[in-house]
Design a protein around this ligand. Structure first.
Ligand code: KG4
Ligand code: ZN
Length: 335
């Protein structure tokens, strides 16, 4: 044991590289965020993201190796996110990883970004082992998964329309909060009354753990329009708090119900939305009530990073699952 993996992540607007030892020990975790670049457009512009990945990747990779105190000769493999995500953005990381693996004669490991988000929990919690139920809630995904093993997953529930993070981003835009919406909406919600406006919670029957967030999104937009028509103002903080509560309650109740049905008493959270304080708090309360163990990563490992890709890559590496020079980006890669 002493496998060092260099991991590269470029699926959206973070250019990231990390070196991870034996799957769980992070030697370096370099993240170059493009938030200041995309902020003025109110969202990620794919073409601009790709161009900036190309500019940033060499420096970010060098820095990750330097901070880890190692060189290419010390590595066991190179892991890279190949989907899901923005095709151009993914391609920059995949191309860099393929070139480095080929030049340095290193095995190449292709990592599903969602597997990476789940794996962030293994880095943060050395005692965590499958099986457990994991909620992955990010800008593009909202899944409840049964993590049977490090590389084996069963989908228990998923969103039928918008992802939770996407709903946060859209409502933040309606409220004029800007990009990225999730953290800004959370901050505003802290000043509001979460019971002020009753927004809908959608369920699809007792044994179904799927989500739908388009209904609550539309309800918020309709509420704003109605208030405007009546010439009445809106309390943005109350609206943010009430919206956040509706989303959080759906995420918590469906995940806990799925875990119970599965007879599983270990629950983990992952993805950008798991950085949300109200969500963490609500899960903590629910887990305590149900006598379940709850895990979530520190904030820096909730949102996109390469350490989580190095961790997920390590488990695929151990199983000898290698990619070759034909590896391509798969923007709509499934679990
Ligand atoms: O996992 P991530 O960094 O990228 C994707 O894989 O999508 O997640 C980004 C998403 C965005 O939609 C962002 O608004 C949301 O996570 N997010 C949050 C918070 N921090 C990030 N949503 C709610 N509260 C937060 N504190
Ligand atoms: Zn992500």
């Amino acid at each position: 044991m002493n496998d060092l993996i260099l991991a590269i992540e470029s699926s959206c607007d973070e250019t990231a590289a990390a070196v991870v030892r034996d799957g769980r020990e992070v030697l370096s975790n370099v993240i170059s965020s493009q938030i200041p670049i995309h902020e003025r457009y109110g969202g990620v512009v794919p073409e601009i993201a790709s161009r900036n990945h190309v500019l940033q990747l060499p420096g970010v990779i060098d820095k990750a190796l330097e901070e880890a105190g190692c060189g290419f000769d010390d590595l066991s493999a190179i892991a890279v996110t190949y989907g899901p995500g923005l095709v151009g953005a993914l391609l920059t990381g995949v191309s860099a990883a393929k070139a480095l693996a080929s030049a340095r004669k290193l095995p190449l490991v292709a990592v599903n970004h969602i597997h990476g988000h789940i794996a962030a929990n293994y880095i943060a919690h050395k005692d965590l082992e499958p099986p457990f139920v994991c909620l992955v809630a990010s800008g593009g995904h909202s899944h409840i998964l049964y993590v049977k093993d490090y590389t084996d997953f069963e989908i228990l529930g998923r969103t039928r329309d918008d992802a939770a993070g996407e709903a946060f981003d859209k409502i933040a835009r309606v409220l004029g909060l800007g990009y990225p919406g999730g953290p800004k909406l959370e901050k505003l919600a802290q000043e509001g009354n979460s019971e002020a406006i009753p927004f809908p919670r959608v369920t699809f029957g007792e044994d179904c753990y799927d989500f739908s967030f388009s209904g609550v999104k539309t309800a918020v937009i309709n509420y704003v329009h109605k208030q405007e028509q009546k010439g009445e103002g809106i309390c943005k903080a109350d609206l943010a708090a009430s919206f956040q509560r509706a989303v959080v309650e759906a995420l918590v109740s469906h995940t806990m119900a799925a875990a119970k049905a599965k007879g599983c008493s270990v629950v983990a959270l992952a993805g950008g939305v798991s950085a949300n304080g109200a969500l963490r708090e609500a899960f903590s309360v629910a887990a305590e009530k149900e006598g379940m163990r709850l895990y979530y990563p520190p904030l820096i490992l909730c949102t996109d990073n390469a350490a989580m890709i190095g961790c997920a890559g390590y488990f695929a590496y151990q199983e000898g699952r290698f990619a070759d020079s034909r590896l391509n980006a798969v923007p709509n890669l499934k679990l």
